[in-house]
Design a protein around this ligand. Structure first.
Ligand SMILES: NC(=O)c1ccc[n+]([C@@H]2O[C@H](COP(=O)([O-])OP(=O)(O)OC[C@H]3O[C@@H](n4cnc5c(N)ncnc54)[C@H](O)[C@@H]3O)[C@@H](O)[C@H]2O)c1
Ligand SMILES: [Zn+2]
Length: 1571
């Protein structure tokens, strides 16, 4: 190849050649004379190409120095530190101003070395020798140089033009496949903005290109690709791109406007790149960016849907990603949520922007930009495009009174039109063609067969087909049809018509396609003389079809029951048979006859009239003739899609015309307007080809008492949303198949409409909708779940148009399946206001749950604690409890005993299974907690059901405890009938059944000791929350910047019982090192699962901190055998079954095993994964690319990444900090082991593993305690740990124990904080003090009488929700970073926790009454706490009514009943309280006051309380004296009186947590307070 030169900025400095290094080097030696040349490349390229480069240099005979330097490959090298290293090296080697730098490599080398050249000695000459495709077509040209910073890519750099750009295409032979593809992104970009013809060529070249780079290898050198088939193409691409770029750069060197357009795909692409680098390459991010920016153009109305589809398709054809959710992206970068806000924030630093206004390159057509520069676009429009979900705002008033919408073309008609137009003679313009895989494959195949020429007009809106009238040639390669079913059927007959005398047509498809049947069609064609052979399996593709074997014609028969596509295929090919054809469908009524009619109808439009036999049914006569295409063929719109715009008119009282479908349509759903909309009250005007609907005034749609939608099942969802606002009952039937579509659509409509207050009844064959007035639709904070079903999404968008509140619709992209531009039409034509909405916002929005919650089933042996646990789960999840035994008795109106006696066990088990099925199937209506009978697993029917539930990712909990304990318990309990057989035998029989039938295990510890029962209850409540999809607590934990977990290194946790409470101080989680567990009977080996089960249960009793469950292998620093994968997997899955919060997953485990665990975890988001890797020997340095890859590998499975190395020198800690900065996307635990690595532990941040002096051994060398980490931070002067002052403010406080409590905690965790007293009742004095202290003020505890006044010092927006609800604060916090002050109230939590603790674990307060004594500031917190406990009637006892009234006024929603005199307690309606909180001073003597009389009356035990041992709790809020008179009185009457120190400790712990983010244990607090 000759050297081709391109001129840029007035000089011919771009040279393109193949194997031209000699010429290039000669030019350098002659025209860039110097004493020193510096060649810089990367360590990957050096061995491949340096010898060739050096040889070429030697060839010049130059005597000047040629120094070479290599850097690590990859984006991470484009850094300040690499630049500095190169500069230092050049200085050391005496490089001066005359040095010439040769940058040999990809864009990384080019950009970075260019920047070195730009600044070295204020700028030296340099030459670009690009080696990657991306560098050749883009980065090396134009003089932009840059490096990355942790804030983003390319943020620091300069314009510095290279003297030459030498492009040698031979370099590409060693380029890895992924890099090749990466470069194609820029090539496609250039064509997309500038060169429509080149874009077409690229579309056509895709398969050749991909085939070549993927498969053709040079046999001599397997790493080399033999590029000869695409050498021409590459030369064309490189020359073309270089020419365009040179032209643009020459016109606008410094990027004033025009040069912007090269940035198409980059505004958004760069934002993704900033978060995804280095896992996703530049070109890959640009590909995603191009799709988004094209979609943005379409949304803003500048670009057609067809063009967007072409861009998407071409990227896919070159194996480029089109979305961050693509499998390829997710497997490289991990499954992560990238907040739209974050992307937009990154986009804000784009150099193109005009101040705060963002600029994006919009397209007008393929090959043309909207403006000759980037266009200003609003953040909200960008957000819509980037967000996965949408919020629809009420915009009824904005909807235009009349609109015209053309929905996408019908798929069936599009495919037929392509075949017919290609087989015709003459030119046919096809409009409204559907862009889908099917049509795409069809076009490609027809081109390959040379059946027609295709071109696009009118911005891609019109496809021009120049048919060859049936003349075709055998293609030179096989025809690949993907999974395009219709195309494969139609083309099988068409391929037989290829007239050549020799040649073969191979039809093939993807794996799925190769399983789909085609036998009946092939049989029929063969019988008519066609030569077709199966290549692999009989009856399916691939097929070998001999050219020149056209059907003989004459009489052809086909079974009527086969697919109508076979019939259509033969019909369309029939005119080319050697004789006229008579086709008979025999043996019954043909299926989908309407599609056969459609084909006949369309053949008529293309000039051939098929005659139906007047006598014989289903017999057709097809003449021997030639197709003649009409000049224009407009594809009828898809009728199901058309229902949405028409329904928009119906529901909003406006007019909408769909000009592309009318009464002549053969599509079933075309009847929707006349059969559904008209009877609902719309005016419908339908012509042959158009439909116009005008809705009645909003709110006046009429219900349809009974409508058969069998002929248009897909449209039933559209009908449902209209019926929802047509007051009365609409009953739809004939749609049974809709239970098993993309989702159970009938169930989906029931659940989703219920969210808006519309009741539906789910029926086997249909649905009843109880329509209501528009104004009565209920406001919901929940989002509409689309179940990834386009029809659900589009239907609800119709309803959202009249919904009077904002409505969130999840997963907007699901409409892509049939109508990618639906939201553009919705917003652009109907003017409905949209806002983008992010995944995390949806999850965080109150009341919303990520998935429809399903019922939770609880199984287990009788006596295992099933009913108690079910009750707790029900209370915590707020889902109603159903006891199956009771429910059966209710339904059958007999006791279980009677049922069994009368009908026998078998029948009883059957009834049980029936009920179970019902409970499960009605899951979408109302989820419940189901407590099942102990023996339910005895029936196979029920077992199958449970397994089905688990397979559907439902939740079945097996509740169990030590079987001997169960045994003892049941023997003691005489109220229950004993088992007929030994309990142990029963257990042995059922053991595996319980296991198979459950997804989770809750192993209940023994509950007799009440001291720890609260932990169990709290843990269970938390698990229940996670089971219903609320992961807030864990998400919050991961969001905090500095957290710790304690590694428990015990063989048996019983040894930890006494120390754990103190040892966890400051930690937010505990790690259970499963590999270290050893039962007393076991000396070594693998811990037994049953022992591990007991240990997890024990840990749940010892602490309510989240558990990190770790099976650490030997090679990763633990004691678990390295290759015992099966055992490791079993144990890890046991942890998942037991609902631990985190499991550690070592990245060294086999991939399959990791995937299985990942799936088990991911299917129900109850547990999270910490993906870990330990470089135990410190083999790799932190700036080694190795760690980037390891991060990527871990991020794939883990919500948290944990990387551990060994520090060999102190500097390793600094390198680690750099690494952390570069990897901000997932919570990252990164530490260096060893004493030298301690600094890294101090600096780690999230979830630092810690030890405590009370533990027997450290889990790893160099491990520190929480106290040591804080001391370290403090000594380093770290801004997170400044010396701060805290206060208690109020009066009197001389005896307050708060200072002892907080100073004790601070000291324990090593924080340099002090807590002092400030006695005052004047809030201004407090304010003055705060100002005086300035930055050293940390916060304050506020007590009487300032709790209300203190509200004034805090801005309203800075009050916590609880503080606002209570109307008083007890905690002030100053955020050290911002200086803002925040107000909170922890009193109520102190009260609530103390009561729960004292009442024991098996207590629920729902429906009970409570008493508050006093009506001041603390009483507010007490009222709120009682309310939060579930108490419905709250009595307030106070001397005067006015304070009670102000309480009532404040808590308007609550039922607060005053008690002013003794009569009030004797009223018939009086419910004796079971909880009381005293909020009056403890030091005022009660004497024989009125108060005492009333109190005695209220507190005295009543017969009404019944025989149940209700433990009544009185909580004293005064903490002096320790035993107040009220407490004495309560105890006298049999109450459990709790001293004020308890709530003091509980609220103090909460306060401490607010101030420090750390957890503190109760026992320690108590110890400090008691002194
Ligand atoms: N300055 C600009 O105008 C501009 C334009 C686009 C992109 N860029 C920058 O370019 C960089 C991306 O460039 P890149 O994609 O070339 O990445 P790269 O430089 O990292 O090269 C990719 C990989 O391919 C290897 N490689 C390169 N040529 C090879 C060959 N011939 N044979 C074998 N291996 C080879 C490299 O060693 C490297 O591992 C990004 O930093 C991007 O920001 C700059
Ligand atoms: Zn680029």
């Amino acid at each position: 190849m000759d050297i081709h030169k391109v001129s840029i900025l007035g000089t011919e400095s771009i040279w393109i050649g193949y194997d031209s290094l000699n010429e290039f080097m000669k030019e350098i030696a002659t025209n860039l004379a110097s004493s020193t040349y510096v060649l810089i490349t990367d360590t990957h390229l050096a061995p491949l190409h340096l010898p060739r480069l050096q040889k070429a240099w030697a060839h010049t005979g130059s005597t000047a120095r040629l120094l070479t330097y290599t850097i690590l490959p990859g984006e991470t090298s484009k850094s300040r530190s690499t630049k500095a290293a190169i500069e230092d090296w050049m200085l050391e080697n005496g490089c001066t101003r005359d040095t010439v730098i040769l940058a040999v490599g990809g864009g990384v080398i080019g950009d970075m070395i260019g920047y070195v050249a730009a600044t070295f000695m204020r700028g030296v000459r340099f030459v670009q020798i690009p080696t990657s495709l991306l560098a050749m077509v883009d980065s090396s040209i134009g003089g932009k140089t840059a490096i990355d910073t942790p804030h983003g890519k390319n943020l620091v750099g300069a314009f510095w033009q290279p003297k030459y750009i030498f492009i040698d295409l031979k370099f590409l032979e060693t380029l890895p496949v992924r890099e090749f593809i990466n470069g194609m992104a820029e090539v496609i970009k250039t064509a997309a903005i500038w060169d429509a013809e080149e874009f077409c060529r690229l579309e056509n070249d895709a398969s050749l290109f991909m085939d070549t780079i993927l498969s053709r290898r040079d046999p001599e050198n397997p790493s080399n690709v033999d590029l000869s088939p695409v050498r021409e193409m590459l030369a064309r691409i490189v020359k073309g791109s270089a020419a365009i770029k040179a032209q643009v750069v020459t016109l606008d060197e410094r990027e004033g406007g025009l040069r912007n357009i090269l940035n198409f795909g980059h505004s958004i692409g760069h934002a993704y790149e900033a978060v995804l680098t280095p896992f996703i390459l530049h070109g890959e991010c640009v590909a995603i960016g191009m799709v988004k920016e094209a979609e943005l153009s379409r949304f803003l109305g500048t670009l057609s849907s067809e063009a967007v589809a072409r861009i998407t398709k071409i990227l896919l054809a070159y194996h480029l990603p089109i979305s961050v959710t693509d499998e390829a992206v997710r497997s490289r970068a991990g499954d992560r949520i990238i907040p739209t806000k974050k992307l937009i924030q990154i986009m804000a630093v784009d150099k193109k922007n005009d101040g705060a206004k963002k600029k994006v390159v919009l397209l007008k057509a393929i090959g043309e930009t909207y403006e000759k520069k980037a266009t200003v676009v609003s953040d909200s429009d960008i957000a819509i495009i980037l967000s996965p979900h949408l919020k629809v705002s009420p915009s009824l008033d904005k909807i235009p009174s009349s609109t015209t919408v053309i929905p996408p073309g019908s798929k069936s008609i599009s495919n037929r039109a392509l075949v017919l137009a290609a087989m015709s003679s003459g030119k046919c313009k096809i409009q409204n063609l559907l862009h889908s895989d099917d049509t795409e494959h069809m076009i490609t195949a027809l081109i390959k067969l040379n059946a027609a020429e295709f071109s696009w007009e009118d911005n891609g809106k019109t496809l021009v087909v120049k048919g060859n009238g049936g003349k075709m040639n055998p293609p030179n390669s096989q025809i690949y049809l993907g999974n395009a079913g219709t195309a494969s059927r139609f083309l099988t007959s068409i391929a037989c018509l290829v007239p050549a005398s020799s040649g073969l047509i191979v039809l093939t498809g993807n794996e799925r396609m190769q399983e789909r049947p085609i036998g009946p069609l092939v049989d029929t064609l063969r019988a008519n003389g066609c030569q077709i052979e199966y290549v692999n399996r009989d009856g399916s593709l691939p097929l070998n079809i001999a050219a020149g074997s056209a059907p003989r014609g004459g009489r052809i028969t086909l079974a009527a029951t086969t697919s109508s596509q076979y019939v259509s295929s033969i019909l369309m090919a029939a005119p080319f048979a050697q004789e006229a054809v008579t086709l008979s469908l025999v043996g019954g009524n043909p299926v989908s006859l309407s599609y056969v009619d459609m084909t006949i109808e369309m053949m008529r439009a293309f000039g051939i009239s098929v005659q139906k036999d007047p006598e014989q049914a289903y017999t057709y006569h097809i003449p021997k003739a030639v197709y003649n295409s009409p000049e224009l063929y407009v594809i009828e719109s898809d009728a199901s899609s058309a229902t949405y715009p028409l329904a928009m008119a119906a529901i909003t009282g406006t007019t909408c015309e769909v000009p592309s479908i009318g009464y002549s349509s053969l599509q079933g759903d075309a009847k929707f307007a006349v059969d559904v909309l008209k009877p609902m009250g719309c005016t419908v005007i339908q012509t042959e080809n158009s439909t116009k609907v005008t809705g009645p005034p909003v709110g006046t749609l009429k219900p349809l008492p009974s409508i058969d939608m069998e002929p248009m099942t897909d449209a039933f969802l559209t009908a449902c949303v209209l019926a929802a606002v047509a007051p009365g009952v609409t009953s739809i039937y004939g749609i049974a198949n809709q239970h098993v579509k993309e989702c159970d659509r009938i169930a989906a409509m029931c659940v989703e409409l219920a969210k808006l207050g519309v009741k539906c009844v789910n029926k086997p064959d249909g649905i009843d909708i109880h329509g209501i007035n528009v104004a009565d639709l209920k406001e919901t904070k929940e989002f509409i779940d689309t179940y990834d079903d386009h029809r659900v999404a589009m239907s609800f968008s119709v309803l959202a148009a009249v919904y009077p509140f904002p409505l969130l619709i999840e997963n907007r992209k699901c409409v892509d399946k049939t109508w990618p531009a639906w939201w553009d039409c919705y917003h652009g034509d109907f003017k409905v206001e949209l806002t983008g909405f992010d995944s995390h916002e949806i999850i965080a929005s109150p009341g919303s749950r990520p998935r429809a919650v399903t019922s939770i089933f609880v199984i287990g042996m009788r006596g295992a604690g099933k009913s108690t646990l079910s009750q707790w789960i029900s209370a915590a999840s707020e889902l109603p409890l159903v006891d199956m035994d009771k429910e059966l008795e209710r339904i059958h109106k007999r006791s279980i005993k009677d049922i069994v006696a009368v009908s026998g066990w078998a029948e009883f088990r059957h009834m049980e299974a029936d009920l179970l099925r019902d409970l499960y199937n009605s899951r979408y209506e109302k989820p419940v907690i189901v407590s099942c009978g102990g023996g339910i697993v005895e029936s196979e029917e029920s077992r199958k059901l449970f397994q089905q539930i688990i397979a559907d990712y439902g939740i079945v909990i097996h509740v169990h405890r030590n079987i001997h304990t169960v045994h003892e318990y049941l023997m003691e309990d005489e109220t229950r009938p004993a088992y007929g057989e030994s309990i142990l035998d029963v257990w042995e029989r059922r053991k595996t059944w319980y296991q198979e039938c459950s997804s989770h295990l809750i192993y209940a510890p023994h509950f007799t000791a009440e001291d720890n029962s609260l932990n169990v209850k709290k843990n269970l409540a938390d698990i229940a929350q996670r089971m219903i999809g609320d992961t807030k607590s864990m998400d919050n934990l991961l969001e905090r910047e500095r957290t710790f977990f304690l590694s428990l290194t015990f063989a048996d946790l019983n040894e930890a019982a006494t120390i754990i409470d103190k040892a966890v101080t400051g930690s937010s989680a505990v790690e259970l090192r499963v590999d270290l567990l050893r039962s007393p009977e076991q000396a070594d080996g693998i811990p037994d699962p049953s022992y591990v089960t007991e240990q997890v249960a024990l840990l749940r009793k010892l602490t309510c901190l989240p558990i990190i469950y770790t099976v650490r292998t030997e090679s990763q620093g633990g004691q678990f055998p390295d290759h015992a994968y099966d055992e490791a997997e079993e144990l890890i899955l046991l942890g998942v079954r037991m609902c631990v919060e985190f499991v550690d997953l070592e990245s060294t485990f086999p991939d399959k095993m990791k995937d299985r665990i990942f799936t088990a975890v991911n299917s129900r988001s109850i547990t999270k994964i910490i993906a870990s890797f330990h470089d135990w020997e410190g083999k790799y340095k932190w700036n080694d690319i190795y760690w980037n890859n390891m991060y990527a590998a871990c991020a794939q499975h883990g919500s948290v990444v944990k990387l551990v190395s060994l520090a060999k020198q102190f500097e390793d800690n600094l390198a680690l900090l750099e690494f952390k900065k570069m990897h901000p996307t997932k919570p990252l635990i990164a530490i260096n082991m060893g004493r030298l690595g301690q600094a890294s532990r101090i600096m780690n941040g999230v979830l630092t593993p810690v030890t405590h002096s009370l533990l027997p051994i450290k889990a790893a060398p160099g491990q520190l305690s929480v106290r040591q980490v804080h001391k370290g931070l403090s000594l380093l002067g770290h801004p997170d740990v400044e010396p701060l002052k805290f206060f208690i403010v109020g009066k009197p406080i001389a005896h307050s124990r708060s200072p002892a409590l907080h100073n004790g905690f601070f000291k324990e965790v090593g924080l340099p904080y002090v807590y002092e007293r400030m006695e005052t009742d004047d809030i201004t004095e407090v304010q003055r003090k705060i100002i005086e202290l300035g930055d050293s003020f940390g916060g304050a505890s506020v007590t009487v009488p300032l709790k209300l006044d203190a509200m004034r010092v805090i801005q309203k927006g800075n009050l916590s929700a609880h503080a606002q609800a209570i109307g008083a604060i007890n905690t002030v916090t100053r955020d050290v970073k911002t200086g803002e002050m925040y107000g909170d109230n922890t009193d109520w939590l102190g009260i609530k926790t103390s009561i729960e603790y004292a009442a024991g674990f098996d207590h629920t307060f729902h429906g009970a009454s409570g008493l508050v004594i006093g009506a001041g500031g603390t009483s507010r917190a007490a009222v709120y706490a009682l309310h939060k406990l579930g108490i419905s009637t709250i009595y307030v006892l106070n001397r005067t009514i006015s304070n009670i009234e102000s309480l009532q006024e404040h808590f308007k929603e609550l039922n607060i009943v005053p008690i002013l005199n003794i009569e009030d307690t004797r009223a018939a309606s009086f419910i004796p309280p079971v909880v009381a909180v005293s909020c009056i001073s403890g030091e005022i003597p009660l004497g024989e006051t009125m108060l005492k009389t009333i109190l005695s009356e209220v507190l005295k035990p009543r017969s009404l309380l019944g025989p149940r041992k209700t433990r009544r709790v009185l909580l004293e809020m005064a903490y002096k004296p320790r035993l107040t008179q009220i407490m004495q009185l309560a105890e006298f009457h049999g109450w459990n009186a709790i001293p004020g120190l308890n709530p003091l400790v509980a609220q103090g712990i909460e306060q401490f947590k607010i101030w420090t983010g750390l957890e503190a244990p109760w026992s320690l607090g108590q110890q400090f307070v008691l002194g």
